[in-house]
Design a protein around this ligand. Structure first.
Ligand SMILES: CC(C)(COP(=O)(O)OP(=O)(O)OC[C@H]1O[C@@H](n2cnc3c(N)ncnc32)[C@H](O)[C@@H]1OP(=O)(O)O)[C@@H](O)C(=O)NCCC(=O)NCCS
Length: 162
């Protein structure tokens, strides 16, 4: 099976926040940020496997810094873990005040994307080639999350069948 490093799919996107992205007081909606998180995760996953990818899960996110209209919102995404058809993309969110140049960390999330074949069935993706200590540490954490998730999804599917 083909192997690819996290570096090969690492990506950034950024966009200036405009009035439709925010409430009447100028605070950017959490949903605007989540949409961009989903977008960057899709880009990273698709670059890794060059397949159609869908979002299976967005992990917990705390919005720890208020983003305002006029700020440049930047998403930095990298692949942390690969199962068979699933890929965990770690996303970090930064907000830059374009007038002062101040950049603040605004949150992070892990998104699980699943690659689909032409019949919309999950399909195996390239393995992750771990080069650095950071790659190895993030993969180990991803594996723990994958095992936890597998138990939860199994339980959910059982409940659905009742
Ligand atoms: C994600 C999806 C394709 C999984 O399909 P499925 O029939 O449950 O497939 P499987 O049980 O074979 O699981 C396939 C992989 O998805 C992972 N997976 C399934 N449900 C998951 C969930 N809720 N969270 C994280 N990973 C999940 C499995 O762990 C498995 O990973 P692996 O191949 O690396 O071992 C399916 O649930 C789906 O289409 N969901 C909707 C996706 C979508 O439209 N998202 C946009 C918002 S609605």
């Amino acid at each position: 099976m083909e192997e690819k490093t996290p570096k090969e799919s690492e990506s950034n996107i950024s966009r200036v926040m405009l009035p439709p992205d925010a409430n009447v007081a100028g605070n950017v909606f959490g949903g605007t940020i989540l949409k961009m998180i989903d977008e960057i995760a899709g880009i990273v996953a698709t670059k890794h496997c060059r397949r159609n990818c869908v979002t299976a899960n967005i992990d917990h996110i705390d919005f720890i810094y208020p983003v305002h209209i006029g700020d440049l919102l930047e998403m930095r995404g990298r692949l942390n873990f690969v199962g068979k058809s699933s890929m965990d993309v770690g996303v970090e969110v930064f907000a830059e005040n374009l007038e002062t140049g101040d950049i603040n960390f605004a949150g992070r999330a892990t998104v699980t994307m699943v690659a689909l074949d032409n019949s919309a069935k999950p399909v195996e993706v390239p393995r992750l080639k771990l080069e650095t200590d950071e790659d190895k540490k993030l993969f180990k954490l991803g594996l723990e999350r994958y095992d936890e998730r597998a138990k939860r999804v199994k339980l959910m599917k059982k409940e659905e069948q009742r």
